[in-house]
Design a protein. Structure first.
Length: 381
């Protein structure tokens, strides 16, 4: 990723500025159509990782493939995705096999593999998120290569990421990475589906995820093995960008894909619109929220200037959240503006919405706080 970016003015990266990189590998790259590991391709991928490590870059891998691999061994139909129970059983078998594959190939390059299985709650809960961050940091400091995947054996529909693209973006925040590469069976984002539109153009750099850009995603996967698609990748790019992390989608079908990307400058790079660290980066990457606050146009403008969210600018309250819960901040047209920690519970927020600070005390029965969501606990998306 890093070397490739030097050749394009908009891609201002070098090895020193990207000491940690997250690389996500999809099921269709890691496994063939029959569900067997593509050992030769994966060996080249590991050689790329070893080369980066020798150059001083720390690598975190997000590896799909457990469900598909387990389904093949168990003889399950539809790649193990016919039901939640099948997927969980396939993952239980596949994770063992997948970890063995990574351990053997990394060991052949003199590297130590470390398996980290995550659920949505591990990265949504602040304390557990910090624990994951500390674990990844320690593994990297010890020279190990963390191999992450969603813990599909215990994750249910309600508490799962649903795709490893978003997991990679979220994990990058926890790992303190400044770059993410999504290796895919497509070579970037196109203006239309290149399979059906011969005139479709690949976008090399995306500076802002506008509605027009988001509309370019079809949500389809070519292989049928994975759970993502271009729509999931764009959501991952938004999550990464909100935390100040650059994300690239590039072709993983070639041999030595990281080297190929570095020398050919292909793919699509999504530039982060802003930098965010610590609690704000964690807020930016949240997938679940406890409620929402709808703000008027004036409040939306003030937030973009870095102001706190005052109750006077709130026009609607949704959900049953408590003080300190994460809430979404929505514009009047239903657009997501940001996320923040609520300064009031939902009941009190309803009481004071639309009121100026001096009018809130008599309604609440106690002295009002400085803001409904303070700027220190708020991040724009």
């Amino acid at each position: 990723m890093v070397a490739a970016l030097e050749a394009i003015p908009a891609r201002q990266f070098d090895p020193a500025s990207c000491p940690r990189l997250v690389v996500k590998i999809g099921s269709s790259l890691l496994l063939d159509a029959a569900g067997a590991v593509r050992s030769e391709w994966l060996a080249g991928m590991v050689a790329d990782i070893a080369e980066r490590r020798q150059q001083g870059q720390q690598i975190v891998i997000v590896s799909s493939g457990a469900i598909a691999l387990g389904a093949r061994r168990l003889g399950l139909e539809k790649g193990g995705r016919a039901s939640l129970e099948d997927a969980q059983a396939a993952a239980a078998v596949g994770q063992v096999a997948l970890a063995g594959v990574w351990e053997a190939l990394l060991a052949a390059q003199g590297l130590t593999a470390a398996q980290v299985l995550l659920t949505l709650g591990d990265l949504e809960d602040r304390r557990r998120y910090l624990n994951v961050a500390a674990t990844i940091a320690r593994l990297l400091d010890l020279g190990a290569v963390p191999v992450l995947n969603e813990n599909d054996t215990v994750a249910t529909t309600e508490i799962r990421f649903g795709d490893n693209d978003r997991l990679a973006a979220r994990a990058a925040q926890a790992a303190g990475a400044s770059g993410v590469i999504l290796l895919s069976d497509v070579d970037g984002l196109y203006t239309a589906n290149p399979a059906t539109e011969p005139t479709a153009q690949r976008l090399s750099v995306v500076k802002s995820l506008t509605p027009d850009i988001m509309a370019m995603a079809t949500g389809e996967t070519r292989s049928g093995m994975g759970s993502g698609g271009m729509a999931a990748k764009l959501l991952a790019a938004r999550m990464a960008g909100a935390a100040g992390i650059a994300l690239a989608i590039c072709d993983g079908r070639v041999e030595r894909p990281l080297t190929h990307f570095a020398t050919h400058c292909g793919g699509t790079l999504f530039l982060p619109p802003r930098a965010a660290k610590g609690r704000k980066a964690w807020l930016a990457g949240r997938i679940t929220v406890a409620g929402a606050l709808v703000v008027d146009a004036g409040a939306a403008v003030a937030l973009k200037r870095g102001a706190s969210l005052l109750a006077a600018g709130v026009r609607g309250v949704d959900g049953r959240f408590k003080r300190g819960d994460v809430v979404a901040i929505m514009g009047s047209e239903g657009e997501l503006l940001g996320r923040g920690l609520a300064g009031y519970d939902a009941e009190d927020a309803c009481k004071i919405m639309g009121l100026r600070n001096e009018a809130q005390g008599p309604v609440l029965g106690y002295a009002p706080r400085a803001a409904l969501v303070h700027a220190d606990h708020l991040v724009l998306i």
